[in-house]
Design a protein around this ligand. Structure first.
Ligand code: HAM
Length: 436
């Protein structure tokens, strides 16, 4: 039986037209990251599973990871995310390099997911991370990078919103106000993470397992109702949240001062599925009703260095996937169309036996930095122009034999219509003509 031509389930074949679009997304990511002083890094595609087991969480390990035993019986995984890798790399060098460390990457990741719109088994993810301290300024810097990227694409507050929460706040609320132990807290985190994905009855049913009663049950529903910064402040005062854990007043003040308040709002249901976050957590959502997916997710983490036996070096960062970003730009009509790059020169021959001369001349022109497409088989004059036009070539060169059987290069500038004839010895002048 013939093999399927389709790629593996949930993976994409990126044909040149798809790759052109993806390159545009990547270029904008790189540009935004470097404008903020972030440096590119990369890591291996395979990591030992223990790296993810340490802090990424059960969902990733049990349901999403592609893992296997290598020939040396090491348990390895194709990277499902980049944060553990960047933390591992930072742990090697952070003592020697100036801080804060600002790094970015665009890795290809694999997760065993149920493929659907906006969710595949393979995606590319823009990762932006800063390591240094755990101030609100680092958190806001990273949020600014994300906003700047969207603005570079022409998006604004009508197109996307950033929903934030803070793990310190939730931890305090769960342990001090709801008197939940660590295990129960973790379970309630997971339930909150799914609240918008499951039916209200199912949520209620699962919540019943936590035995919240009377005052604690009321507090929990008050928590879920927080919809504004004022309500958040009132709630935090009510539960006597120690402001030194998260200075939310300063955070929102700076949000205002930076002009980000149209983008950033508090949402009690944002908790994030990954275990390593310890402070700010956030997700960026598309506001378009046809694409209500998370475009980006991130947060602050303090303890990742400890898994490598190192001192604490807090980090904040985010991951932004190419699949949802492309859907976002498409649905808001912010994605330009890209055509194949037009060659500077299309070169072919009209006479028999000139293939190697065509290739030789093309090689010379490429060395002169002219993008050149060559055709080795003999073509009719009309066909040469048809092919060149299809590609949008700027110059057409036809190799012919003149009356004394000597090769000549007939060149036409397609925009001006100007024509000239050169010899193989005069390729330098021919190149100068094509550079015009
Ligand atoms: P994450 O929320 O798992 O975070 O993924 C971040 C973003 O990657 C999502 O919002 C989504 O755009 C995209 N994404 C994730 N999974 C898929 C998928 N199966 N198909 C398509 N797109 C997907 C992390 O991975 C964190 N490590 C991000 C981070 C960096 N936190 C701190 N630094």
């Amino acid at each position: 039986m013939a093999l399927s031509k389709k790629p593996y389930k949930g993976c994409r074949d990126l044909f040149p037209e798809n790759k052109r679009t993806q390159n545009y997304l990547f270029e904008m990511m790189k540009k935004t990251a470097s404008l903020h002083g972030y440096e590119p890094y990369d890591g291996p595609m395979l990591e030992e599973v223990s790296l993810y087991r340490a802090k990424s969480g059960q969902e990733l390990i049990n349901e999403q990871i592609y893992s296997f035993h290598d020939r040396g019986d090491r348990e390895v995984a194709i990277r499902p995310e980049m944060t553990p890798t960047v933390a591992r790399m930072v742990a090697q060098v952070y003592r020697e390099i100036p801080k804060p460390i600002r790094w970015y990457s665009i890795p290809n990741l694999m997760r065993y997911e149920r493929p659907q719109k906006g969710r595949l088994r393979e995606h590319w993810q823009f990762n932006v991370d800063i390591f240094g301290d755990n101030s609100i300024y680092m958190e806001l810097e990273v949020l600014q990078v994300a906003v700047d990227l969207f603005e570079q694409f022409g998006a604004n507050q009508n197109h996307f919103e950033i929903k934030i929460n803070n793990r310190k706040l939730i931890d305090h609320f769960f342990s001090s106000s709801l008197s939940l132990n660590e295990d129960q807290s973790l379970k309630l985190y997971k339930l909150l993470d799914r609240v918008k994905k499951i039916k209200p009855e199912a949520f209620k049913e699962e919540l019943a397992a936590f035995n919240l009663s009377g005052k604690t049950s009321e507090l929990f529903s008050d928590y879920l109702k927080i919809g504004s910064h004022k309500e958040l402040e009132d709630f935090l005062e009510k539960i006597e949240f120690p402001i030194e854990k998260w200075d939310y007043r300063s955070f929102f003040k700076v949000v205002n001062e930076l002009g980000l308040s149209d983008y950033i709002l508090y949402d009690p249901t944002i908790v994030r599925g990954l275990d390593y976050y310890t402070g700010l957590v956030f997700e960026i959502f598309d506001k378009h009703p046809d694409n209500r997916r998370a475009l980006c997710g991130g947060g602050a983490y303090e303890g990742l260095m400890s898994i490598f036996g190192e001192d604490q070096l807090p980090g904040v960062g985010f991951g932004l996937g190419d699949v949802t970003l492309k859907d976002f730009l498409e649905v808001h009509k912010l994605l330009p169309s890209f055509t194949q790059q037009a060659p500077s020169v299309f070169i072919a021959s009209e006479s028999e036996g000139l293939a190697s001369s065509v290739m030789k001349a093309a090689r010379f022109l490429r060395k002169e930095n002219l993008n050149t497409i060559h055709e080795v088989s003999k073509l009719k004059y009309k066909k040469i122009f048809q092919n060149a036009n299809k590609m949008g070539a700027k110059n057409v060169i036809i190799l012919q034999l003149n009356d004394s059987e000597k090769i000549q290069l007939k060149v036409k500038n397609m925009a001006s219509g100007e024509q000239k004839v050169f010899t193989m010895e005069g390729l330098e002048e021919c190149s100068n003509f094509c550079q015009q």
